[in-house]
Design a protein around this ligand. Structure first.
Ligand code: SF4
Length: 59
């Protein structure tokens, strides 16, 4: 899912994925919205952020 990067953290999200385009230092996510997948997951290990985009990749 593509979204816009804000110039401030999304206060509802903590994220440590520092290789993501939307990552902001302090373990913040600056994506306006995120999408988490997949449906019917059984535990947190099976879920991940579908909004992740590698740093440096042009949106
Ligand atoms: S988009 Fe997802 S992976 Fe990227 S910083 Fe936000 S929560 Fe983390």
């Amino acid at each position: 899912m593509k979204t816009s990067k804000m110039n401030h953290p999304n206060e509802g999200v903590k994220c440590v994925v520092n290789t993501c385009h939307y990552y902001m230092s302090g373990d913040h996510c600056a994506a306006q919205q995120i999408e988490v997948q997949p449906r019917n997951a059984s535990n947190s290990e099976q879920t991940d952020c579908a909004t992740f985009m590698p740093e440096g990749q042009l949106s």
